[in-house]
Design a protein around this ligand. Sequence first.
Ligand SMILES: C[S@@+](CC[C@H](N)C(=O)[O-])C[C@H]1O[C@@H](n2cnc3c(N)ncnc32)[C@H](O)[C@@H]1O
Length: 229
Amino acid sequence: MTTSTTRPAPARTTRGLPLTGFVAHSARGRFNSAFFSVMGGYLDWHMRKRKTKAFADLPRSVVELGSGVGANLRYLPAGAQLIAIEPNPYMHARLRRAARRDGVELEIRSVVGERIDLPDASAEALISSLVLCTVSDPAAVLAEIRRILRPGGRFSFAEHVAAKPGTPTHWSQRMVRRPWAWVFEGCSCERDLTSLIASAGFTRVEIAPYRIHTPFLPFNTHIAGTAIA
Ligand SMILES: C[S@@+](CC[C@H](N)C(=O)[O-])C[C@H]1O[C@@H](n2cnc3c(N)ncnc32)[C@H](O)[C@@H]1O
């Protein structure tokens, strides 16, 4: 008797080398794909005003880091072409369906943001939402973003960040850090992404902090903005 498995193969570089840095967990990978599919609209509703500003006037060709199941397709212009850097294979089927529904021409690259397989200065715009909290090495990812953006190209982001020390939100972020990271595949609510983005070598950076109001207290402190390569 033969058996078959539906577990997707591990992510590989374009040269077929296995990638380290992201290991898809079959149960949590499926859970996160379903979670963001169900909760995506709710989360986006809280972030919509800031995303609408940060993702305004995107060109037709966009690279996205950690596209998930397609939360940001709605911000792309009509007839957009999206290169999605998405190492979690459990996101791919939903992302493809969402792109077909929204008329977005999609190319998925199963690589991590720490090692993007795109040439230097090849992208006009790169977007991300709720991803720099999860990548293993945000400084390396920001260096990759700068590398692939053409001079003057734009990185637009909407991310959640650490609260000010001494606040109840900061305390809650500390309390939940282990189970939160386990459930959400490495996500940390304690990252000072404002400082990281500001010191990543972009020529111009605009970052606006804001707060959303959800029952997920550790998740409520956010930033949105744009950094120019
Ligand atoms: C919290 S989800 C956010 C998904 C989507 N951007 C959204 O706003 O709903 C984080 C996404 O980042 C992806 N991710 C995790 N580690 C990554 C890495 N090292 N490089 C690129 N993407 C990564 C995950 O697979 C997941 O799709």
